[in-house]
Design a protein around this ligand. Sequence first.
Ligand code: DLL
Length: 433
Amino acid sequence: MEYFQKDIETISRDKLLALQETRLITSLKAAANTPFYAKKYADSGVSTGDITTIDAFRKLPFTTKDDLRLSYPNGMCAIPDEDIVRMHASSGTTGKPTVIFHSAHDIDVWTDLVARSLFMAGMRKRDVFQNMMTYGLFTGGLGLHYGAERLGMMVIPASSGNTKRQIDLMTDFHTTAMHITPSYALHFAEEVVAHGFDPKDLGLKFAVMGAEPYSLATAKKIEAAFGVQVFNCYGLSEMNGPAVAFECPVKNGMHIWEDSYFVEIINPETLKPANPGEKGELVLTTINRTAMPIIRYRTKDLTMLYEETCACGRTHKRIERILGRTDDMLIISGVNVFPSQIEHVLMEIPEVGNNYQIVLTREGHLDKMLVKVELYEKIFKGDLSQLHTIQKKIEHELKSALLISPRVKLTEPGEIPPSTGKAKRVDDQRGSF
Ligand code: DLL
């Protein structure tokens, strides 16, 4: 068996635990000095100086996405501004994104995690890696890019979309590995056929897929369509991004890189540790990140932890493919959207009335979002060109806040059934894929 970083990937559990304990305490100390955590721990009467063991650590309060919003822009930053070399961001629950800062050390560590993951899947320097995920603040672009380069592969920074160009790049430069969201992969397979090619003739060997939930059946479908092996890649911006956990060839869960993340699974109702093997919410702590340590972060992702040694020889635990979320975050073609963000945008627009509804459908394999918006009666009865202008304005505002383009349908007051209890704002007709 070959490894990219054999010593750390196959480290004994005892040594790993000792390493984790040391790193955990260092990370906690650094966090406790940031304005955000200093206040949080003071408010909850926690003295972090007393925490010297993992058991004591497990009693600390959790961190949430809301905390990240409250600390915006840099209340959780643990190093001087001049030592920050990069930032990424993802959707927040309202207007503000959650921002993550990285030092040169952090980028180096993350790059190794990605390279280690791709190597584990079987990629080598002779492979050609086409990165079909959006470049920008989203971590799927640059995160995989640098990891693939570190492994020595040629990287094609294609970004997402523009199917014909993707096919041309693949055929002209002999791409052997693609990084793609599962929804785009399904669509891409059909488009390749529509362009007169058999996806199997593209010569691909690997598909790295993540950023949104998908079933094993979808993975199999992509494998059959392209003649590739699919590897599940999990991550979130708050924990750097992709390659927090990654499938090995044994494909019995994703190895979660415990030299960088301390892993807990909790019962999301009681907030107590879940029993071994029980489904629960994944809680992660960065233990090898200097710019922005995050302590006991509630990912809201539901999974299970497998602790047995893996046949691949790696000692890092594994998590099950993500089984759902505990909050209302929607993932629409790989982009995270909270209904509260939509509400936030709509309520800033004076013509918008009291009710709205978000309808999600799938056309082919692509997610579509329709936002039905109730207007005030007086405005709805106004002239047509005025309505058209309002519709365009709402579409524009939503697009700039969400980074996806929903369609907007204006409705008369009363047309959307008023809620009689907890408002059901989202009508998700997509089913799972
Ligand atoms: O989606 C990071 C990423 C990029 C992962 C590329 C994999 C590949 P965020 O935009 O912050 O980061 O979204 C994170 O997406 O909490 C999960 O709910 C979901 N997610 C990510 N990977 C998977 C996966 C990136 N493999 C959120 N399976 C996470 C299921 C996933 N859900």
